[in-house]
Design a protein around this ligand. Structure first.
Ligand code: NAG
Ligand code: NAG
Length: 536
C-alpha cells in the first residue's frame, strides 16, 4: 500500500513539474526578459542569460557613428558637415557623411521628410523607375524630367578631409553607395539592430532637447505654476498637435544629453544649426573651430579640373586678390522691392499677355517686368549699396575721375561704340596694377545669366560707375572658360549630366574666394561662407 501511495505521489510530482515546465516556465522566461528590472540587471551584469533577447550593452571599444541628412544650398550643407565634425570630436564617433547634393536642392524639413527626401536621391532605383516609365513615391519627390539636373558628389572630391582626420583624429566614412540610414545604414552594410540606432533631431522632436529659452530652473518653476491650468486647457480642449512643422523647433541638445546617447549610430536630422547642438569649449574643440573658420574644410579646391578652370579665370582677372566679386540676384531684389511697395513702374504695356496677367496678379518677379525707369532706379539703388559696402579706399578710387592711362584712352575712344572687351580688361588690370591700386575690377555673377554690357537698360548705372565689370560670358568668349572643363575628371563620368553647368556655383565660389572683396546683393548664407575664406 505504502509503495502504491508513494508511486502515485511521485507521479503527481512529475506531472506537476511537467506542467510547470510546459505552461508556466516559458511565460516566466518571457516576462523575465521584458521586465525593466531584468534589463537593468543585464545592463549591469552583462549578458548573463543567453536565451532572452538582450539589451545592448555598449562596448567602449566598439566603433560608434553619427550621420545626418543634408538639405539646402552648399553653405548650409557645409555648415552641417562642420557641426558633424564638432560632434564627432566631442563623442569620439566616426562620421558617416552623406554626399553633397548639387542643384535642385530642397529646404529644411522635419526629420521624417528629410529622411524621405534623402532616400529618394538614390539614383540607381530612380533611374530604373524612370527608364520603365513608371511612377512611385520616389519619382513624386525626384521627377524623372529633372534626374540629370542634380547630382551628388562625395565631399572628399572637393574638400581635403584627410587633413582633418590626421589633425583631429576624426574618422570619416563617406556614404557613397546607397542611401540607407539608421537600421539600413548603407555605409555599414545595412541590417543594423534597431537598438543600435538613436534618432536625434532637436529641430523636429521636443523630446530630444531642452527648450531654447530655458534659463534658470527656479524661474522656470515659477513660470510653470500659473501655466498648469492653461496647459491642462491646452491638452484637453485644443486638438492634439499633429500639424506639420513649418520651421525648426527652438530646442537645444546640450552636451550632457549628447553624451547620454549610448547607441552605436546616432542619426541626426538637419545639422545646419550650430547653436542647437552644443559641444564643450575644450581646447581641442576651440582649435577645431578656429581651423574650420580659417584653414580647413573651406575651399572646395580638391577637384583638379574645377580648380584648374578657376585658376585660369583668376589669372585672367589679374591674379589672386586683384579683383573683387559681385553677385546679384536681381529677381530677388525685384520681388523684395515689390513687396516693400517701392516699385511703381511696371512694363505691362510691353509684356506678352500671359506675363502681363502674371505681373498684374502677383507683382513683378524679374527685371523684365519693370519699365525702363524702374530698372534704372533699382540698379542705381544697387550701385549705392555697393558704394556703401565696399572698402572705403575702393569707393574713393572708383568715384574719382580716371587718371591719364591706357584705361582712360580705351574708355574715351570707345565711348559710343561697343568696346573690345579684352582690350578693356587689359586696360583695367593695367590701371589697377600700375596707376590706382585700389581701383576695383569686378567679376559679376548674376541670376539672369547675361553679360552686363549687353543689357545697358539693366546694368547701365552699374557700368557707368564701374566700367571694369566682367563676367562669365567674357571668359567663354575668350575661350578662357570652356563648357567641357569637367571632361577627364574621373568621378564626373555620366555623359547625360552637364557637370559644367551644375558645378558653376562651386566654380563661382573658388573665384570669389580668391578675390579681394566680395558682395552679394541681397545677401544669402553664401556671404557668411565666403567671409570665412582665407584672404591670402
Ligand atoms: C528623439 O525623439 C524621437 C521622437 O520622439 C524618439 O523616437 C527618439 O528616441 C529620441 N531620441 C533620443 C536619443 O531620445
Ligand atoms: C534668386 O532668387 C530667387 C528668388 O528668391 C531664387 O528662386 C533663385 O534661385 C535665385 N537665383 C540664384 C542664381 O541664386
Amino acid at each position: 500500500m505504502i509503495r502504491v501511495q508513494r508511486l502515485i505521489y511521485y507521479i503527481v510530482i512529475l506531472a506537476f513539474f511537467a506542467f510547470i515546465s510546459i505552461v508556466v516556465f516559458p511565460y516566466l522566461k518571457e516576462s523575465n526578459a521584458t521586465s525593466p528590472a531584468n534589463t537593468a540587471f543585464n545592463k549591469e551584469q552583462g549578458r548573463t542569460t543567453t536565451s532572452a533577447p538582450k539589451k545592448k550593452v555598449s562596448d567602449p571599444n566598439q566603433e560608434r557613428y553619427l550621420s545626418w541628412f543634408p538639405h539646402s544650398d552648399f553653405p548650409e550643407q557645409q555648415e552641417s558637415f562642420r557641426n558633424a565634425l564638432r560632434l564627432a570630436l566631442e563623442t569620439k564617433r566616426t562620421i558617416i557623411a552623406p554626399m553633397l547634393r548639387i542643384n535642385k536642392i530642397y529646404p529644411w524639413m522635419p526629420f521624417e521628410d528629410l529622411a524621405k527626401r534623402y532616400e529618394a536621391q538614390e539614383k540607381t532605383t530612380l533611374q530604373k523607375t524612370c527608364d520603365a516609365h513608371q511612377t512611385n513615391w520616389q519619382t513624386a519627390l525626384e521627377p524623372c524630367e529633372s534626374i540629370h539636373d542634380w547630382i551628388e558628389i562625395p565631399w572628399s572630391s572637393i574638400m581635403d578631409l584627410d587633413v582633418i582626420q590626421r589633425e583631429y583624429g576624426i574618422r570619416i566614412i563617406e556614404r557613397t553607395t546607397g542611401h540607407g540610414w539608421g537600421v539600413h545604414e548603407s555605409a555599414l552594410g545595412g541590417q543594423i539592430d534597431p537598438e543600435d540606432v538613436a534618432v536625434v533631431d532637436v529641430m523636429s522632436f521636443k523630446e530630444n532637447g531642452t527648450d531654447w529659452e530655458h534659463v534658470d530652473p527656479a524661474e522656470e518653476a515659477l513660470k510653470q505654476k500659473p501655466s498648469r491650468f492653461s496647459s491642462w486647457l491646452q491638452s484637453h480642449l485644443k486638438p492634439k498637435q499633429t500639424e506639420k512643422l513649418t520651421q525648426p523647433l527652438k530646442y537645444v541638445l546640450n552636451v550632457d544629453q549628447l553624451h547620454a546617447i549610448d547607441a552605436k549610430i546616432i542619426q541626426f536630422g538637419a545639422l545646419n544649426s550650430a547653436a542647437r547642438y552644443q559641444t564643450t569649449p575644450s581646447e581641442i574643440q576651440q582649435e577645431l573651430r578656429k581651423a574650420l573658420m580659417k584653414t580647413r574644410f573651406i575651399v572646395p579646391d580638391q577637384m583638379a579640373r574645377l580648380t584648374a578652370q578657376s585658376a585660369k579665370i583668376i589669372d585672367t582677372l589679374g591674379g589672386k586678390f586683384q579683383y573683387s566679386t559681385l553677385i546679384l540676384n536681381l529677381s530677388k531684389l525685384v520681388a523684395m522691392d515689390a513687396r516693400a511697395g517701392t516699385i511703381q513702374h511696371l512694363a505691362v504695356d510691353g509684356l506678352k499677355k500671359e506675363d502681363e496677367d502674371r505681373v498684374v496678379a502677383n507683382g513683378p518677379s524679374t527685371m523684365e517686368d519693370l519699365d525702363l525707369k524702374a530698372r534704372k532706379e533699382l540698379m542705381e539703388a544697387v550701385v549705392l549699396e555697393i558704394f556703401g559696402d565696399i572698402p572705403i579706399n575702393q569707393a574713393v578710387s572708383a568715384a574719382m575721375p580716371i587718371k591719364p592711362s591706357k584705361l582712360a584712352d580705351v574708355l574715351r575712344l570707345s565711348a559710343n561704340q561697343p568696346r573690345d572687351r579684352r582690350q578693356l580688361l587689359d586696360a583695367c588690370i593695367d590701371y589697377h596694377k600700375n596707376v590706382e591700386q585700389r581701383y576695383p575690377v569686378y567679376y559679376l555673377m548674376n541670376d539672369m545669366g547675361v553679360a552686363p554690357e549687353t543689357r545697358p537698360d539693366i546694368f547701365g548705372p552699374l557700368l557707368d560707375m564701374f566700367p571694369c565689370v566682367f563676367s562669365k560670358q567674357d571668359m567663354l568668349n575668350w575661350g578662357i572658360q570652356t563648357d567641357s572643363w569637367a571632361l577627364g575628371q574621373p568621378e564626373l563620368n555620366d555623359l547625360s549630366v552637364d557637370y559644367e553647368k551644375l558645378l558653376q556655383p562651386l566654380l563661382d565660389i573658388l573665384i570669389a574666394g580668391k578675390g579681394y572683396s566680395f558682395f552679394e546683393i541681397p545677401t544669402t548664407p553664401l556671404t557668411r561662407f565666403l567671409n570665412w575664406s582665407p584672404k591670402q
